[in-house]
Design a protein around this ligand. Structure first.
Ligand code: GAR
Length: 199
């Protein structure tokens, strides 16, 4: 059976990329294969993770490509015959031109229960800072399709995580990753890969 060719777009540590690599090894992801990792940041540790797993990786930075940044990503994905794009800690907002070109073919993991603490300006640790500041007792993670509205596409999976007394943004970030992101991202990738190959 054909597998969906997956590109993972990253910017930083790449723990979600690692969860995908591990899920592919353990067979949780069986309908897709991670064929390419693209980072907008040459220093991203995610690139090391790709290298260790023998996955082709490359850097496409806004600094280098300026206005043709997205066009470069598009042509690279097409050259590599990518079926499905996973944003895993990719800290760039993509334009409508890009998201409509790959409609229903891009998913993202966000570290809150959308529609809370999401949209422009809510990324990484800032999301957890906002949740703690507000004083919510439950947060979590969401995997969703990507459209032109930041964090606004159709939800695929969500998982709730408890906030405990004394949590710092860093402690909460780690718990949300362990209990939610690293579980629902691989499950969502398998679900969407299967749908893609089954047409
Ligand atoms: C993750 O928590 C991810 O959900 C978040 O950044 C972190 C990246 O970690 N993404 C966003 O906030 C996107 N809006 P990682 O590089 O270790 O996977």
């Amino acid at each position: 059976m054909r597998k969906a060719r997956i590109a993972v777009l990253v910017s930083g540590g790449g723990t979600n990329l690692q969860a995908l690599i591990d899920a592919q090894k353990s067979g949780i992801i069986k309908s897709g294969e991670i064929s390419l990792v693209v980072s907008n940041n040459a220093d991203a540790y995610a690139l090391e993770r790709a290298k260790k797993a023998d996955i082709k990786s490359l850097v496409i930075s806004r600094k280098e490509y300026g206005d043709s940044f997205e066009d470069k990503i598009t042509s690279t994905l097409e050259e590599n015959e990518i079926d499905f794009i996973v944003l895993a800690g990719f800290m760039c907002i993509l334009s409508e031109k890009f998201t409509s070109h790959f409609r229903d073919k891009i998913i993202n993991v966000h570290p809150s229960l959308i529609p809370s603490f999401c949209g422009k300006g809510f990324y990484g640790l800032r999301v957890h800072e906002a949740a703690l500041e507000y004083g919510v007792k439950v947060t979590g993670a969401t995997v969703h399709f990507v459209n032109e509205i930041p964090d606004g596409g159709k939800i695929i999976m969500q998982k709730a995580v408890e906030i405990l007394d004394g949590d710092t943004p860093e402690v909460l970030q780690r718990r949300v990753m362990e209990e939610a992101e690293w579980k629902i991202l691989p499950l969502s990738v398998e679900k969407v890969s299967k749908e893609i190959i089954e047409g």
